[in-house]
Structure formats: C-alpha cells, structure tokens
Design a protein around this ligand. Structure first.
Ligand code: SF4
Ligand code: SF4
Length: 72
C-alpha cells in the first residue's frame, strides 16, 4: 500500500509535502507548480504528507491520519 493520489485541482505547489516526505516519494513540478508522485513504490505510509494545507494528498483507502496516529 502506498500514497494514492495528489489532487492537482487543489494543490497550490507550496512544497510542504515534498519537504516532509522523508524518502523522496513526492517531487515538485516547478513549471506547473504541482506536487507529483515520483516514486510511489517507495512510500512507507508515514503520513507526513498529510500536513498538506489544501488536503490534496490521499493515501490508500483506510490509511488516514487517525489510523496513522493510532499506529505510531
Ligand atoms: S502540500 Fe499540498 S498543496 Fe502543497 S505542494 Fe503538496 S499537495 Fe500541493
Ligand atoms: S506517506 Fe510518508 S513516505 Fe509516503 S508519500 Fe507521504 S510522506 Fe512520503
């Protein structure tokens, strides 16, 4: 299971998810000012990208912040 999607319709290109991801799964497309999933298979579901201020990041169904807090 991995990060599922980034909603480009609401992503503002702030780069917070890129900075918070510890293993470089997400990259910033600087021309389009959108976050993109670059290495989906490396995602370890840490949930740090859920700090997105626009709520644009979706993890696999069932892997939300409440679940991750309970896990950690
Ligand atoms: S934190 Fe959210 S709004 Fe900012 S670049 Fe990432 S997905 Fe886009
Ligand atoms: S869940 Fe963690 S490892 Fe996966 S994309 Fe988000 S910040 Fe990166």
């Amino acid at each position: 299971m991995t990060i599922a999607a980034i909603d480009e319709a609401v992503c503002n290109g702030c780069g917070i998810c890129v900075k918070h991801c510890p293993i470089d799964v997400i990259r910033l497309d600087r021309e389009r000012k959108k976050a993109v999933i670059a290495y989906r298979e490396d995602c370890m579901l840490c949930g740090q990208c859920l700090d997105c201020p626009e709520d644009a990041v979706r993890l696999e169904p069932g892997w939300g912040r409440a679940y991750l807090l309970g896990w950690g």
